[in-house]
Design a protein. Structure first.
Length: 175
């Protein structure tokens, strides 16, 4: 932190922890007032806020209510369509491909977007594909990469190995 940068919340809390004992130990109102003046100059908070913080609990509280989504159902449906088109890659591989794939699907008439790049333009910061897929259950194991069978497993289960690979040959004339 540079000298001219404002204090972060954690730095303010550290300072308040240090001054708190001195504030409580102050015998006179004049001493407490001097400490509040000092804290007000250092932290740049209002006097009443400082009094509330010094007399209350300094530990930070956890968020009780989670934030809502920053994008709507149209963007969520577009992400789902793009992910299905790309064979459900992980979120780290899906995220950089969202914009160009949306434009590609729109050019081929597979995706209709009311506003071009609406919600997809700021994908680097705002859109989290992993969060968008939390509500989607895959309809079949074929959509889930971890649930797919390997080629060897399909070959072992199939009575005709050529059919398992989709070669379409009959068994009698196959080499």
């Amino acid at each position: 932190m540079a000298e001219t940068d404002p204090m972060t919340v954690d730095e303010r809390r550290k300072y308040l922890h240090k001054i708190r004992l001195r504030y409580w130990a102050a015998q006179t109102k004049k001493e407490r007032s001097r400490l509040l003046d000092e804290a007000q100059a250092v932290i740049n908070l209002h006097r009443k806020s400082l009094i509330r913080l010094l007399n209350g609990e300094l530990a930070r509280k956890r968020r009780t209510r989670q934030r809502g989504k920053t994008y709507g159902a149209e963007v969520e449906a577009a992400i789902h369509l793009i992910a299905r088109s790309l064979d459900y890659p992980c979120a780290e591989r899906l995220k950089p491909n969202l914009v160009w794939m949306a434009k590609h699907l729109q050019a081929h008439g597979e995706l209709q977007v009311s506003e071009p790049d609406a919600g997809l333009a700021g994908t680097d910061q705002r859109l989290q594909p992993a969060a968008a897929f939390a509500g989607f259950a895959t309809s079949s194991p074929a959509h889930c990469p971890s649930a797919r069978q390997s080629g060897a497993d399909r070959w072992l289960e199939s009575p005709d190995p050529d059919a398992a690979h989709g070669l379409g040959r009959t068994r009698a004339g196959a080499l």
